[in-house]
Design a protein around this ligand. Sequence first.
Ligand code: CA
Length: 498
Amino acid sequence: MRHRWRIIAVLALLWAATPAFAHKPKAIVLFYADDLGYGDTAVYGQAKVPTPHLAQLAKEGCIFRDAHSATPICTPSRYSLLTGRFAFRRPGTRILDGDAKLILPVEGSEESEVTLPVLMKRAGYRTAAIGKWHLGLGAGDAAIDWNGEIKPSPREAGFDRSFVMAATADRVPCVFISDGRVANLDPADPIEISYDRAERKWPDELTARTNPECLKAWGRPSDRQHDKTIIDGISRIGHMRGGQSARWKDQELADRITTEAENFIRQSAGTPIFLYFATNDIHVPRDPAPDFRGASGLGIRGDATVQMDASLGRIRQALAENGYDDTLFVFTSDNGPKVADGYEDGAREAWEGENPSAPYRGGKYTVFEGGTRVPMIVAWPGEVKPGTESAALVSQTDLARSLARIAGVEVPEGACGDSRELAYVILGRSAEGRESLVEQPAWGPWGYRKGAWKLIDSPDPQLYFLDDDPGERDNLASACPEKVRELQAELKSIISSP
Ligand code: CA
């Protein structure tokens, strides 16, 4: 009898020590679109925007129908994805300016603060962040030295290789930062950056107010935030001078970061890689390359989506050409869509009568479903069944623990505290996703999902049953006060827990 128990104990130990999967993927790629809505691509129903590479990925993998970014805006969604922690746990995690300090914990911090890229490094992957960063740079103890070494940068946050935009394309500085240094900078033409609210920072500064004749037709601001320094014919948020040789051309932006991703893949051939590719598409300002102009039936915003799809195709091709057939590929978006977002670029007119969140309501900045319910497609040859769909409720916050499990690396105690280990769900093998989900607002009331129930927790609460009412039109709050109270109590408990 004792002998049998010993065998059982040994078997249990072996089971616990066995990695989740027979092997770990040679490459893990997170392709993070920007402001791409649930209903923005042909895969999710928008026939006027051809996205053949995304369609191919979907054909090879699993389409998620209820996957969510942590918030309906950029910075906190990215923070949650890369830390496995809800952004509201870290005060000050809002949309950052281009000169904000780094908000990710640096490598070597407390074990309870370990990030996804650091976990991937521990699992043996060479890690890279390419594209949009928007998580801050520097320690915040002094102004960032754009003309020297910028530290901490993505490298200190766990990325062996980085080639990033500091924030967004609509914010200065409009330069790429390669492994902690501004790329192509002429030291004789140093960069100065200011987020001073002044109309004009320097007497020779060209802004949308002083020199509207210098603006491209689609680079005109529609608000008082986007009307500062004109760079490449587009006015930006914030002031910049100097660094002429380092400034990007907006029409070359997608090609440039995609080329850097291809280079990283090629130079890493033979080594396991974790690539976090954060495209600028389809965030404003939208200025797709001439090749993509008119490529969609929905103006500049649709064309930017076709450009994003081309980047996806190029990265997948580079993986295939460099021995990375065994790639776990995750495509998703950092928040829902916003058709007109600071520029008069013709998107509003082109999208008249269209809903980029379809069939959901709201988009970027909102806690209606369209704010955080985003496209997500996962493929991994031999591990994800091709051509499948999943209705499981998942959060991008869950990727940290799930990818760690797939990569066979232990998550330290207390780390990734809001991340659920849903590896089998992410791979489309289990439909048992989250029971509930917090939808952190950009501002205003919070959203909370429990199954098909949806609460918007304002003083005049809204309650929807999404199975019958995906568009959140039929407020059931007064008909179901007990359900409202139940969901309010659960939401409060999650937010107030450490
Ligand atoms: Ca975004």
